[in-house]
Ligand binder design. Structure first.
Ligand code: ZN
Ligand code: ZN
Length: 425
């Protein structure tokens, strides 16, 4: 077996892992890296592909898939639920690319991808040629899977995962992951630990309540997939008793989540929360939000677009009566990161000052931290460990600790091929 990282090699974004096993060639994920001035893509795939495995819908794993449909039409296997989310995310990505004149794939490629995309339930075995594989729940977002593969070598591809509970999802099913010769794991938080989730939720809810009790308004920018729904569920479960509004693409995603009760930790709680919340359908409704103290949960999570900008611009005059609580990781170079650091950001070409308002970041994450990464490594006990989906510092931290345990550890560059047969006995 040979493994080549086409992207997400010492970086987060543009995932793509090519595996050659005997006569079979297959690919895990093919995503984009969202950055300015334009998205980055993984290295191209030369030659034939027997099939593709998509671990989950996030664009850093799915955004380049339509490129594979220029002159080919491989089957794409993915956990159930993911095809619905891919449809929402890729259509939105194409719309923005079109506006910015940055399209590298088009409607017809997306159509062919959707035709070839096949949802498979967790723990159900699929066979293609001499390759058998199964997905297990990754606890990351709806329809995220860790893949275990039986080919000429046994192989686990983690995708993005979280092995501790969140409001939305049960922990990743590490108990269903077998030992394997090779493990490719994400290392996003390879050098960090998360705060205790329950304590963090308590702090978050208390802060929201204290703003509301003093007559203020709260803007909660949130990622469209998972985070926005989780925040609404959290506010509901903690009896936050003021109008809560949900705006942006998070609404379409919430509809999908409610179609898959079996993939949620507590369907009823999410259902009740979504029934209580006010869904914002248009501009007219948007104007009425905040007539009285209230909370709006809205995309984009890092403030690089979406209705969040409308709320920030129109309610900045509230000054100290406005709180902006960021509910997800703010990547370097994003408007959200700048707001957090400097209390200013650019909206529609103007620099807007939020220094009077309350701005705070809460480390809610859908990834495991360094302890979770080692719980997976200890479960799989790989002879060859390949690290991806992490900044260089994060990959290095995992590499050093894993080498002490005696595995061959690789933290490859894009395009680097690892010949597994040299290391696996
Ligand atoms: Zn992800
Ligand atoms: Zn990812």
């Amino acid at each position: 077996m040979k493994v080549t990282l086409l992207g997400a090699a010492n970086e987060v974004g543009r995932s793509g892992v090519l595996v050659e096993s005997g006569d079979n060639r297959f690919l895990f994920d093919y995503g984009v890296k969202l950055q300015d001035p334009k998205p980055a893509y993984p290295l191209p795939v030369h030659g034939y592909l027997d099939f593709v495995v998509l671990s989950h819908a996030h664009l850093d794993h799915s955004g380049a898939l339509p490129l594979l449909f220029k002159g080919r039409e491989p089957k794409v296997f993915t956990p159930s639920g993911t095809p619905d989310l891919v449809d929402i995310l890729l259509r939105d990505f194409l719309k923005i690319a079109r506006m910015k004149r940055q399209e590298v794939w088009f409607e017809n490629h997306l159509k062919r991808l959707k035709r070839s995309l096949q949802g498979v339930d967790y723990e159900k075995e699929t066979s293609v040629g001499e390759v058998n594989f199964k997905f297990s729940d990754a606890g990351h977002i709806l329809g995220a899977g860790m893949t275990h593969v039986q080919a000429d070598t046994t192989f686990v591809y983690s995708g993005d995962y979280k092995d501790t509970e969140t409001r939305l999802h049960a922990p990743a099913k590490l108990e269903n992951i077998p030992t394997a010769d090779v493990l490719v794991t994400e290392t996003t938080y390879g050098n960090r630990e998360h705060p205790d989730r329950k304590a963090l939720e308590k702090e978050f809810v208390n802060d929201v309540k204290s703003v509301i009790e003093s007559g203020g308004r709260v803007i909660l920018p949130a990622f469209a997939v998972g985070r926005a729904q989780e925040i609404v569920e959290m506010l509901y479960a903690n009896n936050v008793d003021v109008p809560i509004y949900l705006d942006g693409m998070a609404q379409d995603v919430a509809e999908v989540y409610l179609e898959y009760p079996e993939l949620l930790r507590d369907y009823q709680e999410l259902y009740n929360a979504m029934k209580e919340v006010n869904w914002i359908a248009d501009e007219r409704e948007r104007k009425r939000v905040f007539d009285e103290p209230g909370i709006v949960v809205t995309t984009a999570g890092m403030l690089n677009g979406g209705p969040a900008l409308y709320y920030l611009l129109n309610f900045r005059k509230l000054g100290e009566d406005l709180a902006i609580f960021l509910t997800g990781y703010q990547v370097e170079g994003t408007p959200g990161r700048r707001l957090l650091k400097t209390k200013v950001m650019d909206i529609d070409g103007n620099t807007v000052d939020f220094s009077k308002s309350r701005i705070k970041y809460f480390d809610f994450s859908a990834h495991c931290d360094k302890n979770g990464i080692f719980r997976l490594i200890d479960k799989v006990k790989p002879q060859v460990l390949i690290l991806n989906h992490g900044d260089p510092d994060a990959e290095q931290a995992v590499k050093e600790k894993a080498e002490d345990k005696g595995a061959y550890v690789f933290s490859p560059k894009p395009g680097e091929t690892i010949d597994i047969s040299k290391y696996v006995k």
